[in-house]
Design a protein around this ligand. Structure first.
Ligand code: SAH
Length: 196
């Protein structure tokens, strides 16, 4: 998976590649999807939600430019796969999921896999998670139709937000907070479930 799907498409951050090797993706998919766990695409995880394609998880993690000391806010826990990759590459991960059952299942699984640097919240990620703000990095794993500007107050100066943005046509966006201003970069075209 790492060589053929991820490194071959240009992801080169050694920390990200190592995290993708370490996290057991088969644990995050249902038994019937097991044979496809390492295939080159997204998979259904129930409740109309999906686990992202491995390459996209690696790509988004690389876009955060993590050194290992950062505190990251993830909006959209889903099955917790991206959460685990972030827990491997950052110091602390705060993750918010709106569907209670998904959050509880992800938490149980990530605890069983011995991740102790992840904090879970059931709620609407559009508000971020004010209690522990500000964060070094924020990642959205579902797509808002436009950039949720309110999240900027929860981002540290020098921080980065990575998010798929758009309705039918979405683009991966990276926003940096520099001298209190937003600098944005439009990246590849993507297809994510909507941020509700
Ligand atoms: N991170 C997952 C993919 C998650 S899919 C992975 O590793 O593959 C997107 C998730 O965002 C879904 O679980 C969905 O329920 C959640 N979501 C959608 N809108 C949300 C909102 N407003 N607040 C929090 N979570 C939301």
């Amino acid at each position: 998976m790492v060589e053929l799907q991820i490194r071959s498409r240009g992801v080169s951050d050694p920390k990200v590649l190592e995290a993708m090797r370490r996290v057991p993706r088969h644990e995050f998919v249902s038994f019937s999807q097991g044979p496809s766990a390492y295939s080159d695409g997204p998979l259904p995880i129930g409740k109309g939600q999906t686990i992202s394609q491995p390459y996209i998880v690696a790509y988004m993690t690389e876009l955060l430019e993590l050194t290992g000391t950062e505190t990251v806010l993830e909006l959209g826990t889903g099955c917790g796969y991206q959460t685990a990759v972030l827990a491997e590459t950052a110091a602390h991960v705060y993750t918010v999921e709106v569907i209670e059952s998904l959050s509880l299942e992800a938490e149980a699984l990530l605890r069983r896999l011995n991740y102790t640097n992840i904090y879970y919240r059931i709620g609407d990620g559009r508000e971020g998670w004010d209690e522990y703000a500000p964060y070094d990095r924020i990642m959205l794993t579902a797509a808002p139709s436009r950039f949720p500007a309110n999240l900027f107050s929860q981002l540290l100066e020098g921080g980065i937000i990575v998010a798929p943005v758009g309705d039918y046509f979405q683009r991966m966006m990276r926003y940096r907070k520099e001298k209190g201003k937003i600098k944005e970069e439009a990246l590849i075209g993507v297809s994510f479930v909507p941020f509700v």
